[in-house]
Design a protein around this ligand. Sequence first.
Ligand code: SF4
Ligand code: SF4
Length: 402
Amino acid sequence: MQYRKLGKINFEVSALGFGAMRLPGMKNPLDPRVDEKEAIRMIRHAIDSGINYLDTAWPYHMGASERIVGKALQDGYREKVFLVTKLPMFLVNKKDDFNRYLDSQLERLQTDYLDCYLFHAMSAGALDKLEKFSFIEDMEREKTAGRIKNIGFSFHDTLPVFKKIVDYYDWDLAQIQYNYLDTAVQAGHEGLLYAAQKGIAITIMEPLKGGMLANPPGEARQVLDASSVKHTPVDWALQYLWNLPEVSVVLSGMSTMEQLEQNILSAENSGIDSLSVEENNTIDKIITIYQKRILVPCTACKYCMPCPAGVNIPANFAAVNTANTKPVTFMDRVMKARNKRVYRKMDKSRDKVDKKNPNGNASLCIECGKCIPLCPQGIDIPTELAKVHQVMGKRKKPEDVF
Ligand code: SF4
Ligand code: SF4
């Protein structure tokens, strides 16, 4: 495993961090539960392989993530990791909520302290809340008490808001969404440099843009195949990040042992300024291809779920993005045909939709607007779902609708 500086924090961190947001699921894809036994096996294998940064949060897997991480960290594993969780800023509504959540999270995680506690999903609105309830005071009190070792935030908003938050406090760590498609999205490259030059440790989430970069369209695959340097699509995306000196740790939400093994191998081969001119040029070409294709920038984080009308929001956006792929290879054509079938098989009747395990198509949206403030990508979900149905349900051309 390669280790890197964690900003001004005195800790050598593994280049790869374990994100406990996409833990392995049950065999039935409609069963929303985590395969707990496999998740614990994966987390412990990650730690045994040298990964020493573990990231979770209150809402991940509807609360199951922190509990499972807590179980995985028994038997001497807790002391081997830098453990991070987050105060859910979208749920706190009063001063006392800080202690209420922190107490519950320490209990779920079966630990006396967090190596870093983040304000989750900071935005302009969340900063107002943080100020209103003076939550920095709570953070500092708990830091003095030893229940929190470092203070940070994760972020989803625009670059000016990011700079304002960075300047607001002497943070130890900032977690940002970043990948080769998102260099000008949210904090972006400018924000990354801005925070890093203040000594703030930068941890990266969404390195694969919700899995999108793991499955490049055929046109992009042809570019990758033509390169004399060979990487898997995931490795291309990860090496792009590790190439940057400002990046401390790349968080990957791994769902299978195979993904974990592959990412560990990638991390072992990583390095700062290690990409050649040819590799950088290849990535530039892929970016151009992807940019033509993405209709809705959904990262499948599922913060918007469950939808009260039973719409499977991320699945609908994935379907329309796949539909917009130009088929180049035989597999592209197979994927497009399969994609159409997937949309046809989604629930289209309000009476029959299973609201506990929602798999409704875009036409079921009742435009209640509940999901809009929950989306860290700022997607106007009901508006975009209406367009999805025009393309997937009414067979209109994407270019005529989006
Ligand atoms: S606006 Fe539509 S997709 Fe969003 S929560 Fe309401 S019904 Fe669901
Ligand atoms: S629509 Fe937004 S909140 Fe919902 S899964 Fe996609 S990115 Fe996440």
